[in-house]
Design a protein around this ligand. Structure first.
Ligand code: PEP
Length: 257
């Protein structure tokens, strides 16, 4: 069975003190209200990874980087290697977020290298896939997601694959306030699981966590998380305020199975 996960992607938001306050609030909530069914993840800006890891004492609260380099070390100004991410105390890393793909031009080949580097280094990658509004309007969304999945995942073994978390994040729903309907999200999640089943095995497909991301908030989370193939959320805007993030943790614990 797949891990159920509530993950917060802070993007380039929150300074040291705000980050510390948010982790402390989440940590103390989890200490007072132990969760059984979900894992909670926070992905702060890179310079807060150490602080966040040190403050996240609860075993159910893990830290993720938002990105990392494909290389091990050397002349790569501005980059962070997988071993540095681990050294900072993070256990996960987001790979291929649409903002990395669209704004920073990260292409399938590079993302595949990053995914392999993450797995080889013992990090759990959260691999993001998602279509644009135009692709959806043109009916190309399934093909596009299939291509992204093939490009990123094809060379992994069935033993490695359950360590990769897939996040379906339709670009048109990220930070726009527009959410995929629970039916649209479920349809794509089922498609992704079917892809994993046919390229690996039904057992592997069942073990991989598939998160939904795109304007998830307390008001729509119950319906989204209640879908059979949705294993949790990768959450941007609603994850940077303790109140809404904790509310999402509550809903996740209640609904995700
Ligand atoms: C994200 O950053 O991955 C995301 C889904 O953002 P938001 O929840 O703000 O749409």
């Amino acid at each position: 069975m797949s891990r159920k996960i509530i993950a917060g992607n802070w993007k380039m938001n929150l300074h040291l003190k705000e980050g510390a306050d948010l982790i402390s609030a989440t940590n103390s909530y989890l200490n007072q209200n132990p969760v059984e069914h979900i894992d909670v993840v926070v992905a702060p800006p890179a310079y807060q990874l150490v602080q966040s890891s040190q403050l996240s004492g609860n075993v159910k609260l893990s830290v993720s980087a938002q990105n990392m380099a494909a290389q091990d070390n050397g002349a790569f100004t501005g980059e962070l290697s997988a071993s540095m991410v681990k050294d900072a105390g993070a256990e996960l890393v987001i790979i291929g977020h649409s903002e990395r793909r669209e704004i920073f031009g990260e292409q399938d080949d590079l993302l595949k290298q990053k995914l392999h580097k993450a797995i080889d280094s013992g990090l759990y990658p959260i691999f993001c896939v998602g279509e644009s509004l135009e692709q959806r309007k043109n009916g190309e969304h399934f093909k596009h997601i299939e291509n992204q999945l093939k490009a990123g995942l094809s060379d992994f073994s069935s033993e490695q694959l359950p360590n990769i978390i897939v996040a379906y994040e339709p670009i048109w729903a990220i930070g726009t306030g527009e959410t995929a309907s629970p039916e649209q999200a479920q349809e794509m999640h089922a498609f992704i699981r079917k892809f994993l089943g046919s390229h690996f095995s039904a057992a592997v497909a069942d073990e991989v966590s598939i998160l939904y991301g795109g304007s998830v908030k307390p008001g729509n989370a119950k319906d989204l998380f209640g879908q059979p193939d949705i294993d949790g959320g990768l959450i941007g805007g609603a994850s940077i305020k303790a109140e809404s993030f904790i509310e999402l943790i509550k809903i996740g614990e209640e609904v995700l199975r």
